[in-house]
Each structure stands twice: as structure tokens, then as C-alpha cells.
Design a protein around this ligand. Structure first.
Ligand code: SF4
Ligand code: SF4
Length: 472
């Protein structure tokens, strides 16, 4: 029985409710009247239910699809302006006892190089990331209580925050580790993490169990209820994600929106972010063996419909996607991207020889951070290295209340310009700096409040003179 308020995974992600929605979506894929009604509701920018959203995803009326894309683009502009937040993944360890069939780190893969960074190696990796200009990391580790216990993760976070190198510092560490207990989530909270991110991979229980035949991750309910436990442990910002390609995309689209509704209803705060990875080629993994791969058009439609359904939730796309694909979905709702990423353990300091491959997936977008930043600016986006909310304690419902009131726009734009200026001064190539300084001058005009603008101009001058870390 579907119950959004239930603490049980199988009730807040009800299989029957999803099947019913999938049927509803198909029945109404050309129902102009209903699609118009849903689009009108979506224009109020308060989001849609999973049942409404699937109708838009399934819509087969070309003119209405164009309206869906235009609305997604408009909502993106209204909530996020032209800012794109930058981050990088940092792989700490690829030891893992799970049997996930789509991931090369699965325990049975005996030919992948297993690596775990020492604290000294973390210092070197993070220094290399700081030299690129990153301020926001997502740490990743496989599940292995012996090799990667919570103490190792906590120590690594402490090490990362402690590294001050030239003008650089990592100001926000997001964490992507296996589902765990309330007690361990509390420890992560105390270590000062940003978002706790856990991908569901697929919401279809039967497929989930087939894809996770062994290891603790095979427990569907424990995994699906992990975000609730994280919030119980005091972590305000949690991130959701599915791995598109593992299961029917319409099923997982509906499932992830139901999960978002559950968090909002049950915990009072919706997800901070939603990630939309697709299965990629990797050691021992051939994406063609999964039947449910989606093409770029479907991927773009999913991004647009999620943007409309949960306007307040950040959306992340990684370097799994190519430059062309990322360019397309940036317009439709993506608010955060990674740049210059290495998906292997220790990959930022030294590129790995082929025979020592420890990567989780093949990267499609191999450009440097400098190239990604310049590319974004040339398209009119403002790459942002801002972490102000987290550092000002604006997390969870405080963050959401601000975002919903539209007030955050008055912080984000100036913060984006100032953190971009820091990046340009400290890390950018001369060409990128030229493009960026011109962009900042243009973007100052967007700030209408003369007092804020004067302050930003003053801060920018200070940054040029070598001072750092201003924020609203
Ligand atoms: Fe381990 Fe995560 Fe890979 Fe599964 S997806 S094998 S849990 S690292
Ligand atoms: Fe994100 Fe807050 Fe910075 Fe805006 S001010 S970019 S919401 S951290």
C-alpha cells in the first residue's frame, strides 16, 4: 500500500503505485487537456507530483514537448540564474565487498587494481585538486568495513579540511559512501560534511536484488531507507540518484520523485540534489549488457521533467556525459557539474598505467577544469565555486526556505562572481582569465541593488589585491 509518510521503503516507494502511474502516463500521453492542466500547475513553480510528472515525461505531443523544454529552461533560469556550481570527485578507496553488477569495484572483479589512499596520499591528491582550483569535493569509497571503516572516512575528511595550500582550501566535502547506521551518520555530520549522497541505482526491488546479489547493499529496504537515517543522524542535505540504464527509465523516474516526496513529507526537507548518471563502460562492465540504456533525447527529457517536478532541488551531471550532452542538459536544469575529474583512486597526482586501472567508469568529458570553466563562460554561464550556504549554516530547511522565497538569488549571484574571480586570479590560464574578467564586468549589471553591487565591486577589488573568502 502506497504511503508517502511510511518509514518503510516498500510503502513510500510502492511498486503498485509506480505501475499504476506508468499506465496512467501511457494512457494520457496525448491527452492535451490534462497535459495543459499539468503544465499550468508547473508554471506556479511549486513542483509536481510523480503522477503528474510521468504524464509530461510520456507526452507525445510535439508542441507540448516544446513547452515542457521551454518551461524547464525558464524554471532553471528563475531559480539558478546562469550559475553552474563546480565540483570534483575524489576516490579514496575502491575496496568493496558488494557485488553490484554494473560497477567494476564489485568484489568478484579480481583484475582491477585495488587501492586505498593513505592520509599522505590524500594530502597530495587534494593539493593537486586545489591547484586546479576546486573548492568542493565529493569523496567516494567502496563498502568494506575492514579496509574503509567509518574511522578511515572521518580521518580522511579531517585531513581534507586541514589542507591549506597557497590560496586554496576545500570548503565543502560531500560524501558518497554506502548506507550506514544513524550513529555513523551522526559522526559524519560532526565531521562537517556537506551533502550525503547515496544513489539508489534502481527503485525496482526485483531488479535491485538481481543487480546486487551479494554484500550488505543487497538489502533493498536498508539501502532505500538510508536517507531517512542520515537525516535522523542530523545530516540536513541528502542527495538522491539513479543509474539510468539498469532498469526501465520511466519506473526509476517515478521512483526518484516518490522518494523526493517522501523526504519532504516525512522529514520536512526534500533532497538537496538529484544526480542523473547513465551506465558507462568500465573494467569488467559492458553497458550493452544492460537492456535499458537511454538515448540522449530521452535523457534530456528526463532532466527537463525532473527540473519541473522539483524546482528547488539541485541537479548534477558528471563527466560520464560528453561535452555535447552536458551542453544540452545544462540548459534544461542542471545546476552542478564536475570538471577535470579523475575516477580512479589516486588519479589526480599521477595518471595510471593501463595495467593498473582502478577507475570506476570511463570519463566521456576529458577536458581540464580550465577548459570546462572557459567553455561554460563562453556559453554565458557563470561557473561558481561557492560554498557559502553550508559555511553560513544555511542547510536543510533553512536552505530550502531561503530558496523557496527567492532570496537566495541575492546571495548566489554575487557569491558566484566572487568565487569565480578567486579562481581566475589563482588558477586560470591567461585566455580563460580574459574571458572571465569580461564576463564578471557584464554580470555586475545583473545586480540591481546598488548597495550590494558596490559591496561586490569592493570585494572583487580586494580579491584582485590578494584577499580571499568573501561571501554573502
Ligand atoms: Fe561497491 Fe559502490 Fe561499486 Fe557497488 S557501486 S561495487 S557498493 S563501489
Ligand atoms: Fe549555493 Fe548557497 Fe552559494 Fe547559492 S549562496 S551558490 S545556494 S552555496
Amino acid at each position: 500500500m502506497y504511503n508517502v509518510m511510511s518509514p518503510k521503503a516498500e510503502e513510500f516507494i510502492s511498486h503498485e503505485e509506480i505501475l499504476d502511474c506508468l499506465d496512467y502516463g501511457q494512457k494520457n500521453k496525448t491527452n492535451r487537456e490534462l497535459i495543459d492542466k499539468i503544465l499550468n500547475k508547473a508554471r506556479e513553480r511549486k513542483g509536481l507530483s510523480h503522477r503528474e510528472a510521468i504524464v509530461l515525461l510520456d507526452c507525445e505531443l510535439e508542441d507540448k514537448n516544446q513547452e515542457i523544454y521551454a518551461l524547464a529552461e525558464q524554471i532553471k533560469k528563475d531559480f539558478y540564474g546562469n550559475r553552474i556550481v563546480m565540483f570534483a570527485p575524489l576516490y579514496l578507496s575502491n575496496y568493496c565487498i558488494n557485488g553490484c553488477e554494473y560497477c567494476p569495484y564489485h568484489a568478484k572483479n579480481k583484475h582491477i587494481a585495488r587501492k586505498k589512499l593513505t592520509q599522505e596520499e590524500i594530502v597530495r591528491e587534494v593539493t593537486a585538486l586545489q591547484d586546479m582550483g576546486h573548492k568542493r569535493l565529493a569523496i567516494e569509497a567502496g563498502e568494506d568495513p575492514k579496509n574503509n571503516p567509518i574511522e578511515y572516512i572521518l580521518e580522511s575528511i579531517k585531513t581534507i579540511y586541514s589542507i591549506k595550500h597557497k590560496n586554496g582550501a576545500i570548503r565543502r566535502v560531500n560524501v558518497n559512501i554506502a548506507a550506514t547506521t544513524v550513529e555513523e551518520y551522526r559522526m559524519l555530520k560532526e565531521a562537517g560534511i556537506g551533502t550525503y549522497i547515496l544513489f539508489q541505482e534502481t527503485y525496482n526491488k526485483e531488479n535491485y536484488e538481481r543487480l546486487h546479489p551479494t554484500g550488505p547493499k543487497s538489502d533493498y529496504a536498508y539501502h532505500t531507507e538510508a536517507h531517512d537515517r542520515a537525516m535522523e543522524g542530523g545530516i540536513d542535505d541528502v542527495g538522491l540518484g539513479v543509474l539510468f540504464g539498469l532498469n526501465n527509465y520511466r519506473y526509476d523516474f517515478t521512483g526518484i520523485l516518490m522518494h523526493a516526496e517522501h523526504l519532504e513529507a516525512y522529514k520536512g526537507v526534500g533532497p538537496h540534489t538529484i544526480s542523473v548518471p547513465r551506465v558507462r563502460r568500465a573494467d569488467d562492465i559492458d553497458p550493452d549488457t544492460f537492456d535499458d540504456g537511454i538515448d540522449d533525447d530521452t535523457f534530456a527529457k528526463i532532466v527537463a521533467c525532473i527540473r519541473i517536478a522539483v524546482p528547488y532541488t539541485g541537479m548534477i551531471v558528471s563527466t560520464r556525459e560528453s561535452k555535447a550532452c552536458r551542453e544540452r542538459v545544462l540548459h534544461l536544469g542542471i545546476s552542478q557539474i564536475s570538471g577535470g575529474s579523475k575516477t580512479s583512486v589516486g588519479g589526480y597526482v599521477e595518471p595510471e598505467p593501463e595495467e593498473e586501472n582502478s577507475a570506476q567508469f570511463d570519463v566521456s568529458d576529458n577536458r581540464t577544469l580550465d577548459e570546462v570553466v572557459r567553455w561554460l563562460m563562453e556559453m554565458g554561464y557563470v561557473p561558481s565555486f561557492c560554498t557559502a550556504c553550508y559555511r553560513e549554516g544555511r542547510t536543510g530547511d533553512r536552505f530550502m526556505t531561503l530558496l523557496k522565497s527567492g532570496q537566495i538569488v541575492n546571495c548566489c549571484h554575487p557569491n558566484a562572481l566572487m568565487t569565480l574571480k578567486e579562481y581566475l586570479e589563482d588558477y586560470a590560464s591567461p585566455e580563460t582569465r580574459k574571458v572571465g574578467d569580461a564576463l564578471i564586468t557584464r554580470e555586475l549589471d545583473v545586480i540591481t541593488n546598488p548597495v550590494v553591487r558596490a559591496k561586490v565591486e569592493d570585494y572583487l577589488e580586494n580579491i584582485h589585491e590578494g584577499k580571499r573568502d568573501f561571501r554573502f
